[in-house]
Design a protein around this ligand. Structure first.
Ligand code: PLP
Length: 400
């Protein structure tokens, strides 16, 4: 008897989780592995945030909360949207969930009907297409190649939109490329959306604070407020606040959508952890100077990695505006054979051989919908990155 439901055939396990797990396994077996596959900052959660969590435990703040998040946290989220994005949301227009991941999951499951199309610029965060497929929707990919800085052109968005289009998912700064849209680029995207009033837009702004070289982040609805009544603005504590394990994500959007996401949450996880919610209040309302100093480290690491990769034969790496990823092309390595005798026909062959022969764990581009590339997360110590770059250089030098 088959225990597995047919819907499970529509999706696959997260390839980034799988790559990180494989690296951990090899490490546990005693192999000397450099892990550059995990999408989380190496920095610790700031002390004031941890103290707020401890206080919550001691105060007995350990019971179920309002489904959509405590009143304090939803107020802090509304204040954040106003202060940082110039967006007005009331507490009943925001929801807090178990990570940005659950926000996206709830939103797609609550809104996508069988056959609805969701436009996703590629390369994309690995979970978007599978969440759409689970909701019985159809992902429609718009290719955003390196020679366009991995950004979607307005005309390509226009061409991808049809009568069945329900959503556009826009992620800036982007996982896996680090590409971030300027205000002028967002203006062009907004103009296309204004032409198609049946299309909603989800902006995944989780890397909002991680931009470099003076790049000014804007979210789409701030650039075009007319989109607000068909937009879900998603954010969370994981990346800028170094709080991946605390599992806090949130969103602002029209009440009609938020209430359906809440209904779904009421039948699955209920509200997220009270202690994490108390910590998030402190994070959102408290001092932010650590973001600046973390970003200085991220920028230095980005520059180190881009320079080293561009010195490797067969690789070409674009300098991204934000997040903590680079997405080099390995086109120049395809068709070659590694020192260990592995024929490199795809980016997956490249990353498998790199892991086996040099112990460097990265994620192949096919997982993100654009090949031949691979993703490096540079959210790790400079010395680890330097070691990884030596190994990648040796691997590329050895390709024949
Ligand atoms: N969106 C993007 C683009 C991400 O990269 C991630 C995490 O990797 C998430 C959302 C979800 O993050 P979390 O569930 O930790 O808030």
């Amino acid at each position: 008897m088959n225990i597995v439901a047919p819907r499970m055939d529509r999706i696959k396990p997260s390839p980034t989780n799988a790559a990180s797990s494989r690296a951990k396994e090899l490490k546990a077996e005693g192999r000397d592995i450099v892990g550059l596959s995990s999408g989380e900052p190496d920095f610790d959660t700031p002390l004031n945030i941890k103290e707020a969590a401890k206080k919550a435990i001691d105060a007995g703040d350990t019971k179920y909360t309002h489904l959509n998040g405590t009143p304090e946290l939803r107020k802090a989220v509304c204040d954040k949207f106003k202060r940082e994005n110039n967006l007005d949301y009331t507490p009943d227009e925001v929801i807090v969930s178990t990570g940005g991941k659950q926000v996206l999951f709830n939103a797609l499951l609550a809104s996508v009907a069988p056959g609805d199309e969701v436009v996703i610029p590629a390369p994309y965060w690995v979970s978007y297409p599978d969440m759409v497929l689970l909701a019985e929707g159809e992902p429609v990919f718009v290719t955003c190649p390196q020679n366009n800085s991995f950004k979607m052109r307005a005309e390509d968005l226009d061409a991808a939109i049809g009568p069945k289009t329900k959503w556009l998912i826009l992620n800036s700064p982007c996982n896996p490329t680090g590409a971030a849209y300027t205000e002028a680029e967002l203006r062009e995207i907004a103009d296309v959306l204004l032409k198609h009033p049946h299309v909603w837009v989800m902006t995944d702004d989780i890397y909002e604070h991680l931009t470099y070289d003076g790049f000014k982040f804007k979210t789409l609805v701030e650039v075009e407020p007319k989109l607000k009544d068909r937009a879900l603005v998603i954010n969370g504590m994981s990346k800028a606040y170094a709080m991946t394990g605390w599992r806090i994500g949130f969103a602002g959007g029209p009440k009609a959508l938020i209430s359906q996401m809440s209904k779904l949450q009421s039948q699955s996880t209920s509200a997220t952890c009270t202690i994490s919610q108390a910590a998030a209040v402190e994070g959102l309302n408290g001092p932010k100077d650590f973001i600046q100093s973390n970003n200085e480290a991220f920028k230095r690491r980005r520059d180190l990695v881009v320079k080293a990769l561009n010195a490797c034969p067969g690789l070409h790496c674009h300098t991204p505006e934000g997040a903590f990823y680079v997405y080099p092309s390995c086109a120049g390595c395809i068709g070659k054979t590694s020192q260990g005798g592995k024929k490199i026909a795809t980016d997956e062959d490249f990353v498998v051989a790199l892991l086996e022969e040099e112990g460097v764990a990265v994620v192949h581009g096919a997982a993100f919908g654009l090949s031949p590339h691979f993703r490096i997360s540079y959210a790790t110590a400079d010395s680890v990155l330097e070691d990884a770059m030596v190994r990648i250089r040796r691997f590329c030098d050895g390709l024949k």
